[in-house]
Design a protein around this ligand. Structure first.
Ligand code: SAM
Ligand code: SF4
Length: 390
């Protein structure tokens, strides 16, 4: 049996409210009813939630903080500041840690980004989705393209140079030229990072119930992906994950940690955490009450915990591959052993099978997906499923 060793630790903070729920979105995000969200009470509850999780990570340095949502940019900077001060007093923040806040361009006001920056935020991730006003309307977005460009400029002027732009493609009414034009506009802004997601119809969304008209078919979606990938590469954005592209050295520290099967605390409504407990040689998953009202009423008490689960050894190869094989860099067998506590022999059979099929290859001491493997991502990962189906 290999030894489980504790990987780097990150902190995820879920902020669940949005001005309006987008029809394609299945995130734990909610339109507030009857007045503004209780921002200050939410921060109190976050700190109580964190207090409850602290014994899981005593003394370990935190390498990134990510405010995700929902629309974190709805929160006043003073609340983000109070949370970060409280978190820094409770946890060991590594020097220069990355602190990302997701922003909807429709919530950008003058002065806001300066204040986030003063609070410690050093990376903003904008939900741009598209620069085409027709597409934005069909997606139910609360902003147009001019507002999106203005918002990004405000963040740049505030001195936040580590920016991500989220784009989606395969949008209703979009053709190849329109998808390419979106990437062109994004690249012209010169952000450090671009995330390029194919629109998916998620169950339990308005789009799943009533699919929008003129959705691109799979072939067109594939052409868009290949075309945009080449465009991004030509503009200096190297792909490093299925949907993530970055300028040299500007990959997202927080997301890379997920994909390398690192540890993270998850606090806030519905947040998930994954923590390696070295002394017990086990990996704990913990998630919180999902609904903001239920979570607010119980955060910091046992009732605030939606559930705890330990990842049994037979399930670890699948969970590891679900993350690691999203990365173009793949993984090293030593990393697999350290993060799962399993010997490499545990995956010898599925690994050989994936290589035989041309889905994975060994190069420079790493195991990585081939171009073919990239196309059959789900099938590759299925090979690592425990044979009992656990
Ligand atoms: C939690 S949202 C964060 C940003 C912010 N809430 C906003 O929308 O402006 C993260 C990103 O996931 C992507 N996303 C959300 N739903 C999606 C879907 N159904 N298919 C593909 N990408 C999606 C969008 O690009 C979105 O910006
Ligand atoms: S703003 Fe973002 S999180 Fe909120 S509903 Fe839209 S996509 Fe989802």
């Amino acid at each position: 049996m290999a030894m489980l060793t504790t990987p780097p630790l990150a902190l995820y903070v879920h902020l669940p409210w949005c001005v309006r729920k987008c029809p394609y979105c299945d995130f734990n995000s909610h339109q507030p009813r009857g007045g503004p969200p209780p921002f200050s009470a939410y921060v109190d509850a976050l700190l109580a939630d964190l207090d409850q999780d602290l014994p899981l990570v005593w003394g370990r340095p935190v390498h990134s903080v990510f405010f995700g949502g929902g629309t974190p940019s709805l929160f006043p900077a003073a609340d983000i500041d109070r949370f970060l001060q409280g978190a820094a007093a409770r946890l060991r923040f590594a020097p220069g840690l990355e602190i990302t806040l997701e922003a909807n361009p429709g919530t950008a006001e003058h002065g806001r980004f300066e204040d986030y920056r003063a609070a410690g935020v050093n990376r903003i991730s904008f939900g741009i989705q598209s620069f085409d006003d027709g597409c934005l309307q069909r997606l139910g977005r609360i902003h147009d393209s001019a507002e999106a460009e203005r918002a990004v400029k405000l963040a740049q002027d505030a001195g936040i140079d580590n920016l991500n732009l989220d784009l989606m493609y395969a949008l209703p009414g979009q053709d190849l030229a329109m998808a390419a034009a979106d990437v062109e506009r994004a690249v012209a802004i010169a952000p450090a990072h671009i995330s390029h997601y194919q629109l998916t119809l998620e169950p339990n969304t308005l789009f799943a119930a009533r699919p929008p008209e003129r959705l691109p078919d799979d072939d067109l979606a594939w052409d868009m992906q290949e075309h945009c990938q080449a465009q991004l590469a030509a503009a200096g954005y190297a792909q490093y994950e299925v949907s993530a592209y970055a300028q040299r050295g500007r990959q997202c520290v927080h997301n890379l940690n997920y994909w390398r099967f690192g540890d993270y605390l998850g606090i806030g409504a519905g947040a998930h955490g994954k923590i390696t407990l070295g002394h017990e040689q086990t990996i704990l998953r913990r998630w919180k009450q999902r609904h903001p009202t239920a979570w607010l009423a119980s955060a910091g008490t046992p009732a605030g915990i939606g559930g705890d689960d330990r990842i049994a050894p037979p399930r670890r190869p699948f969970e590891y591959m679900l993350n690691a094989l999203r990365l173009l860099e793949g993984f090293r067998l030593e990393q697999f052993e350290a993060c799962t506590g399993l010997p490499r022999e545990a995956i010898a059979r599925p690994l050989a099978m994936a290589m035989e099929r041309g889905w994975l290859e060994a190069r420079d001491g790493r195991i990585l997906p081939t171009a073919l493997g990239g196309r059959f991502g789900n099938d590759v990962i299925q090979l690592f499923m425990d044979e009992d189906g656990d």
